[in-house]
Design a protein around this ligand. Structure first.
Ligand SMILES: CC(C)(COP(=O)(O)OP(=O)(O)OC[C@H]1O[C@@H](n2cnc3c(N)ncnc32)[C@H](O)[C@@H]1OP(=O)(O)O)[C@@H](O)C(=O)NCCC(=O)NCCS
Length: 177
């Protein structure tokens, strides 16, 4: 099952489901968390449900998966991580994505979790390339990817357009050993 969560000591990952909607609303209603994301800060739970529905549909088709992150034994959703896209037909690559609640930044949490996610892609699924698309200016995300062995391959100028403006997208990738 694509949704089978990677194991990370000290944390519990679980594929997002509709029960996570209130927690996801809390996470994505923070403008700082959404600053470089292609969504406006969420206002109502229905918007969180839409994201969860999308993630579940991706998983059902084997095209992606998003796991919620909790500290072991704690109820609060502190972030999410997963694959926005998994290509196993005319390619063998995946696009990772991740986020943490603002008060969880600066503690090494995503650096602790991503190795297991990366291993899922390379070792368990046989992918040969992992990508991340980062909005220009998202320095924390760039630093995280550099720590994880990703290299910036280029810039897709004005690739994104949301929140009333164009955004350059940085393409990061790590290849299988
Ligand atoms: C991208 C994001 C997850 C990065 O979070 P982060 O906390 O900077 O990343 P990490 O979890 O790897 O933690 C690294 C930080 O913890 C510190 N740290 C503490 N202990 C650490 C440890 N054991 N290992 C590594 N770093 C540690 C590092 O010094 C670093 O902090 P600093 O940059 O202030 O020096 C976060 O900024 C976020 O959720 N942003 C909003 C959503 C988003 O933009 N997602 C990305 C879309 S492409």
């Amino acid at each position: 099952m694509i949704t089978e969560p990677p194991r990370v000591e000290g944390f519990e990952l679980q594929a997002l489901s509709e029960a996570d909607a209130p927690d996801l609303l809390a996470l994505f209603s923070d403008p700082e968390v959404c600053a470089f994301m292609d969504i406006e800060p969420l206002v109502v739970e229905a918007e969180a449900l839409d994201i969860i529905d999308w993630a579940e549909a991706q998983a059902a088709q084997g095209l992606g998966v998003r796991w919620g992150i909790r500290r072991a034994g704690e109820a609060r959703l502190i972030g999410t991580v997963g694959f926005n896209r998994i290509e196993r037909g005319r390619g063998r690559w995946g696009e990772i994505a991740y986020d943490l609640a603002r008060d969880q930044w600066g503690r090494g949490i995503m650096s602790a979790i991503l190795p297991a996610v990366i291993s899922r892609g390379f070792d368990d699924w046989g992918l040969i390339r992992l990508e991340a698309m980062v909005t220009a200016g998202n320095e924390r995300s760039c630093a995280l990817l550099a720590r994880m062995g990703f290299r910036q391959e280029g810039v897709l100028a004005r690739r994104g357009y949301w929140k009333g403006q164009a955004w350059d997208q940085l393409v990061f990738a790590r290849l299988a050993d």
